[in-house]
Unconditional design. Structure first.
Ligand code: ADP
Ligand code: NI
Length: 215
């Protein structure tokens, strides 16, 4: 049976190697921020910090955008945990969290464990606020998409169609996240981050439309 500290350390080495050069905002530093948020939320919410930290470290290894399929991604993590000699219950808990936590247009069912709620909230907090804004423009840039396409209808539900701007992503996802958080502490942390995005959009349109200059 692998020691908890050893498993965390091994996960860190594994994830760094896998995601170090990931160009679309799912790089190592995203993982590190989600890990720190997950540990913080686990403390505040009384969740198991070991499961939260391990799942946070491994969560994007299984992302369907970074693998041939979602199943292939989850299999990769399962294989790695087995190779490390992780206990069955640890394996089952971590795999259950990472295979169900994705945003998926807000359509996935709610997480069924406190640890799952914590890790999902940590990932979502890193998608909003100043860092969320930065990641969104990096992602769009990596996909060759424009900053903004004036006149776009933001009410569409076609999550992940390709001809969308970075600004579109605020409406299809980022601005919805604060109401989709699970835990009380994450909701508290989200308030300032959400306000900052709203303020950003006000300033963005002001500059784009030359609102002040036209007065
Ligand atoms: P999830 O795995 O929760 O579905 P994603 O991996 O799709 O989330 O998104 C992670 C981050 O990548 C987003 O918060 C955003 O910053 C960026 N991103 C994802 N899709 C887009 C997109 N279509 N346009 C701009 N940024 C995106
Ligand atoms: Ni993530």
């Amino acid at each position: 049976m692998t020691d908890k500290g050893d498993l965390i350390q091994a996960a860190e080495v594994f994830v760094k190697k896998e995601l170090e050069h990931e160009p679309s905002g799912h790089d190592w530093w995203h993982i590190e921020r989600v890990r720190r948020l997950a540990v913080l939320l686990a403390e505040r919410e009384g969740a198991d910090p070991f499961i939260c930290e391990l799942a946070a470290l491994l969560h994007d290894i299984a992302d369907e955008k970074l693998n041939e399929s979602k199943e292939a991604g989850v299999d990769k993590v399962r294989g790695w945990l087995s190779d490390q000699g992780a206990a069955e219950d640890v394996k089952q808990k971590v795999l259950s969290i990472i295979s169900t936590m994705s945003f998926n247009g807000g359509k996935n069912p709610p997480m069924d464990t406190l640890e799952g709620k914590v890790v999902q909230d940590a990932d979502r907090l890193d998608a909003i606020g100043a860092i969320g804004i930065a990641r969104t423009f990096v992602y769009s840039g990596a996909k060759g998409r424009p900053i903004h396409l004036p006149g776009q209808d933001f009410s569409g539900t076609d999550y992940r169609s390709s001809d969308k701007s970075a600004i579109y992503h605020f409406y299809e996802k980022l601005l919805k996240l604060k109401d989709l958080l699970n835990t009380a502490h994450a909701k508290k942390l989200a308030e300032e981050r959400h306000q900052f995005m709203e303020q950003f959009l006000v300033q963005f349109y002001k500059e784009w439309d030359l609102t002040e200059e036209r007065k």
